[in-house]
Design a protein around this ligand. Sequence first.
Ligand SMILES: Cc1cc2nc3c(=O)[nH]c(=O)nc-3n(C[C@H](O)[C@H](O)[C@H](O)COP(=O)(O)OP(=O)(O)OC[C@H]3O[C@@H](n4cnc5c(N)ncnc54)[C@H](O)[C@@H]3O)c2cc1C
Length: 459
Amino acid sequence: MQNFDLVILGGGPGGYPLAARMARKGWLVAIVDYTQEFGGTCLNWGCIPTKALLASSRSYHLLKNAADFGLSCSETSFDWQKIQERKNKITVQLRQGIVKMLEKSGVKIFNGYGQLCKDRVIKITGPEDNSVTEIQAKKVCLAVGSIPAAPTVFPADRSIFWTSNEALNTDKVPESLLVVGGGVIGIELGQVFAEFGCKVCVVEMMPQILPGLDNATAKRLLPVFKKAGLEILVGKKVEALAEKDGRAKASIDGVEREFDKVLIAVGRRVNYRFMENSDVQIVTEKGLISINERFMTSEPEVYAIGDAVKGPMLAHKASYDAMILASQWLGENVAADYSLVPSCVYTHPEIAWVGLNEEQLKEQQIEYKTGRSMFSANGKALTAGEGDGQIKTLLTPDGKLLGAIIWGPEASNIINEATMMSQFGINSHDFSRMIHPHPTLSEAFMESVENASGEGVHG
Ligand SMILES: Cc1cc2nc3c(=O)[nH]c(=O)nc-3n(C[C@H](O)[C@H](O)[C@H](O)COP(=O)(O)OP(=O)(O)OC[C@H]3O[C@@H](n4cnc5c(N)ncnc54)[C@H](O)[C@@H]3O)c2cc1C
């Protein structure tokens, strides 16, 4: 049996950076994934494919609205097969890069199902021939990620009742689509299909879309998404779904409607396949693998990171876990802190937030002042035809950033200014000395901070 210092189960954004980091530090490392598609959910069925489709839909939108830029384009159309090919090409390119990087770092790659057994033995079942290889490690890290959670009361025919996996790989844009769940995945994919002419209805049970986003912004965005072609129903429930003549019949708050397809986007659950028929049963809590502050599970020298454990189910959080765990193993006295994990929605317009929002500040009785700046007053945004949106910053009375909420162009990039300002405790006075190039979208962030501190010249 081959022995390793570390075996990682799962080659997603949690598993692969940890493998590379520890191998480069001289550890003998193996990584196991049952797909040859290294990069995990993020690269193959998540972040990257959705962003590739969103980029095509955004370009199509610009093409349809070319006249806004003084351009003419007599005929606009799209080829869904080519859009899919483009998306797949991007994922293949990135995947190959990860495999090369792992090989270069000296990581041993195993392809197959990993089953965790006693004494950190991993049984790997080959995906094609069912051959079994056993390896053992001093340490094991479970970076097994998550899979779509579809309520069992809903039909399981995935040709009509999609999860995000089927939605991303469909060979045709449906004529109508019901999206169950107004979270990030539902809204992003809903916008993709709406832009390509599909009638999309998003139903969210909670009183607002995008949980975690501050209430006022979530409300403000409803007409914005309506203009983008999305029908959004909040505070309504999809009570039942059934198949009828190859289509979907839905009961939404007592109203019967029919759709070509349904996207069930109500959340994700941990992939526990590593424990199936195993002599090891890891302790779990509320569906997640229980860990302590050193990522240690109930099993000796077995660790867990990423979507499988507490904290937001996001790729950058999974990679952050990996880096904190690696630092702990290398002797640094650090612990994970999820108070500044940025959340981003890559729709058009983009939405991003970090830190605390106004509801949370009020609830925690934290004193704050609010700053605002509008993209309609930002030169770069207007030249790009992106004048919709605003930046809201929330500061302590002495100018420390508590939170920021952005909707508008490049929100997912601008949010880094907020995270940096908060993480490194820069106060608003010092921040306003940082020279922002002109014209840029990030100037709007500086102006929002200055607006809160009363030091701004623009309002
Ligand atoms: C549609 C969609 C869009 C998303 N968009 C974003 C986004 O824009 N930004 C963002 O930050 N996050 C996004 N996410 C979330 C992000 O993909 C996850 O948070 C991230 O991939 C979690 O990383 P991970 O390493 O914990 O797990 P995963 O990426 O899920 O990787 C786990 C890997 O483990 C493998 N595996 C599991 N069990 C075993 C086993 N027993 N044996 C062998 N291999 C195993 C799986 O094959 C998989 O490759 C999105 C998710 C979805 C579904």
